[in-house]
Design a protein around this ligand. Structure first.
Ligand code: ATP
Ligand code: MG
Length: 574
């Protein structure tokens, strides 16, 4: 490809709307343009990267026995009503009606459609296992579409669905996909980690892992153990109670204590001159139309995912407004506590609260707290379970090593779904004895467009993108420094022809531009290799070969340049 012909509008300025590096660089390097919030056009170089990621994914899916299909984007509401998800998916789902007023959605995911296919076409255990996948646009009306391709409303996903006849089969399919994902992200040149995760709206009870590209800009927080292989999304990471001795000063206090004007845990701790670890937080939540109370230790954060999983699931879960708390408990939020709450209101206590020797809580009376309260005696929670966020430095559940925190970009997730969809949609097969059985399912997604963004978050410098060779839009760019010198031009043309014939994906910057402009663009776009042809070096029969990642430059003869480039590319793609 000749740069003069390439639709590659690069920008010098950083676009104001782009907050993260990958978004900025994709706009500046002319890879994408915005059509609407969270909806993008891919320009030729951007699309090439997408196609390469897709190709790697296809190869790895096919090796594992995956069969590619193409499912409809527009899906009838009936199927979603059958699975029970039409009403629970919420405002993230784009819904529409046809001219006959029939309801549809734009697929945010495809469990319903694929299960419908399999229940119609699969009769016997002999047809299983089945691994079906597609690479296609998904539609989710995200609350906050942002960061360019990172969180779009229209985005590209690979989704594979596995159908097995029994649990060992399902576990094998899951393991195949897990391993395929490791290979895919490794081949894309990414540093990643698989972490235990929460199943969210996709559901299933059999466990799930997220594949996280580690980057400071990542929206997800993960914890991992330095000593063993344990790693989990903080949403999921299980916590054991960790006991802290009660403040001595509390032992001499009793009953109701006046704590006027205290609105926060810190203020209560200050006024009583105690640690936050001796206090509990009493938070009122509203899950759909039901109020309930959650208790955690004063220094802890409530993990709303755990709350939703153990007390819900709810379509809408939120903290109650102050007016709601006031009308429900007849007390301002800052002073509510678990003692004396109506029996019909569920009280869920974190494991630590139940084990605290003695605690301080709101008195359900304005400006007062109660001290020396004991869970189990002074009040009895309806449920006691793990409801808090993990923190750095806690012991690992598996080996007692210390947990560390990191940020990650979720590029893929694998789910063990079990019978969740096969039961609701009645996807069955006949086993070898002729008995009808439910299929066991798994689903496995990769955010293709998000993977492109994540690759940039991990591979850039001040000058632009540094593509890993396997997903670079082109492997090499040839830059003739001046078009005025005939020998420079003819050498550039000859190298371009030869490299192309060798199968190296090459562009020739044949624009009549200053060399500085060409170098800037070439660095910005992130071509892994650059051959620069200038009059001076050519006089000695040499051209310059630059490596974008290492910054290394070497002078080689024009003849050697092609072989060298070919060897570097082959090595990187091996
Ligand atoms: P998130 O928690 O980031 O919203 P998710 O868990 O809802 O994602 P999945 O249903 O697991 O997403 O979808 C599979 C993959 O699709 C994700 O791992 C992610 O890489 C990608 N993905 C999900 N939502 C988006 C989005 N809005 N834009 C781009 N990629 C996305
Ligand atoms: Mg996910």
């Amino acid at each position: 490809m000749r740069v003069s012909q390439l639709l590659n509008p690069t920008l010098r300025e950083v676009p104001a709307e782009a907050e993260v590096v990958s978004h900025q660089l994709m706009l500046r390097a002319g890879f994408i343009r915005k059509a609407a919030a969270g909806i993008y056009t891919y320009l030729p170089l951007g699309w090439k990267v997408i196609r390469k990621i897709e190709q790697i994914i296809r190869e790895e899916m096919d090796v594992k026995g995956g069969q590619e299909v193409m499912l409809p984007i527009m899906q009838p509401a009936e199927l979603w009503k059958e699975s029970g998800r039409w009403d629970v998916y919420g405002p993230e789902m784009f819904r529409l009606k046809d001219r006959h007023n029939r309801e549809f959605c734009l697929g945010p995911t495809h469990e319903e459609i694929i299960t419908d296919l399999v229940r119609s076409e699969v009769r016997s255990y002999k047809q299983l296992p089945l691994l079906l996948y597609q690479i296609q646009n998904k539609y989710r009306d995200e609350r906050r579409p942002r960061f360019g391709l990172m969180r779009g409303r229209e985005f590209i996903m690979k989704d594979l669905y596995s159908f097995d006849k029994d649990l060992p089969g399902l576990l094998e399919s899951y393991d195949k996909m897990y391993k395929a994902y490791e290979r895919i992200f490794t081949r894309c040149g990414l540093t990643f980690r698989a972490v235990e995760a929460d199943a969210g709206a996709i559901g299933g009870t059999g466990g799930t892992h997220e594949f996280m590209v580690l980057a400071d800009s990542g929206e997800a927080a993960v914890v991992f153990c330095k000593e063993c292989d344990y790693a989990a999304n903080v949403e999921k990471a299980e916590c054991l109670p960790r006991l802290v001795p009660t403040d001595d000063s509390l032992k001499v206090m009793n009953g109701e204590i006046h704590t006027p004007g205290t609105k926060t845990i810190d203020q209560v701790a200050n006024i009583l001159k105690i640690n936050k670890t001796s206090l509990i937080k009493t938070m009122v939540y509203k899950g759909d139309d039901k109020y309930f109370v959650v208790l955690v230790r004063g220094d802890r954060e409530i993990n709303e995912i755990k709350v939703n999983n153990s007390l819900g699931p709810f379509v809408n879960l939120r903290m109650a407004q102050p007016e709601e708390v006031l009308s429900l408990l007849k007390c301002e939020p800052g002073f509510v506590g678990p003692i004396g709450i109506d029996n019909d209101i569920v009280i869920a206590a974190d494991l630590e609260v139940a084990e605290m020797e003695s605690l301080v809580c709101g008195a359900n009376k304005k400006d007062y707290h109660l001290v020396n309260v004991k869970c189990g005696q002074d009040f009895v929670p309806t449920k006691t379970l793990d409801l808090r966020m993990v923190v750095t430095g806690e012991p690992c559940l598996k080996c007692k090593g210390k947990l560390q925190e990191a940020r990650g970009i979720e590029v893929g997730q694998v789910f063990n779904l079990g019978k969740k969809y096969s039961e609701s949609l009645k996807a069955t097969y006949l086993d070898d004895k002729g008995h009808e059985q439910y299929c066991l399912m798994g689903c496995y997604g990769i955010g293709v467009s998000r993977t492109m963004a994540a690759a940039i978050e991990q591979n850039y410098d001040n000058n632009g993108i540094i593509w890993p060779m396997p997903i670079a839009p082109y492997h090499c760019i040839i830059v003739p420094v001046s078009l005025k010198d005939e020998e420079v031009v003819s050498t550039a043309e000859a190298l371009y022809k030869e490299l192309t014939e060798l199968g190296v994906e090459t562009v020739l910057d044949d624009r009549d531009e200053r060399a500085g402009v060409k170098f800037k663009d070439s660095d910005l776009v992130g071509y892994p290799l650059r051959i620069t042809i200038g009059k001076k070096t050519l006089a000695e029969g040499k051209v310059e070969l630059n490596n974008r990642r290492t910054g290394e430059a070497q002078l080689v003869t024009a003849e050697d340049a092609c072989a060298l480039v070919k060897a570097i590319v082959d090595e990187a793609l091996k």
